[in-house]
Design a protein around this ligand. Sequence first.
Ligand code: ADP
Ligand code: MG
Length: 237
Amino acid sequence: EQEVAEYRKSLAIRVSGFDVPRPVKRFEDCGFAPELMRAIAKQGYEKPTTIQCQSLPIVLSGRDVIGIAKTGSGKTASFVLPMIVHIMDQPELQKEEGPIGVICAPTRELVHQIFLEAKKFAKAYGIRASAVYGGMSKLDQFKELKAGCEIVVATPGRLIDMLKMKALTMMRATYLVLDEADRMFDLGFEPQIRSIVGQIRPDRQTLLFSATMPRKVEKLAREVLSDPIRVTVGEMG
Ligand code: ADP
Ligand code: MG
């Protein structure tokens, strides 16, 4: 325990919450299947970034996480890799429809980046991902979602539109990520986020990532996450 505390300190990782899993040092320590390890290697990722060292084992254990780390720290893979594992662990859900993993991000550009990262790791498993954002034809988007997918990466406004059009159902969604939560709030997406969260079963796993934690984001986190573990990297936060 002392050693774990020293290791966290050396990486400038702070954690709060109960029963926090110990940080990993290598991807080999995450228990990933060989296909996923190959996909990680193909990406050129040799070892986990600091936030990944601590958040990967927590997310893989099924716990909710509040992750606070600056841009460029590798937050995407810390929710995308466990999402692939989560999806593969849900055979009984394969029969139903709609995404299992739902990721909300503030802008089209961020949605696209996350979508590309998700696809790289999903491909090996035949897991389908869709990107949903404004500016693209709603009819095309509708058709794509109707064809089915296991992962949806979306801006909150367009996802609400698609839910209203019944392009997808949230009945098998069990893994929700709110990425760049502070920016989504800055852009006025709080009502849409609350609506989306309200449409996803309460026994989901929920992850919230943010560069900063303004009071409104803190309040949302308290309301929509269950016994979260908070991971902060760096001197900020
Ligand atoms: P954030 O969401 O924290 O801003 P990203 O997830 O976008 O950061 O990652 C930033 C960059 O680091 C991306 O180019 C990504 O491909 C790269 N990256 C992520 N994880 C690793 C890793 N373990 N090793 C090397 N590069 C990585
Ligand atoms: Mg990011």
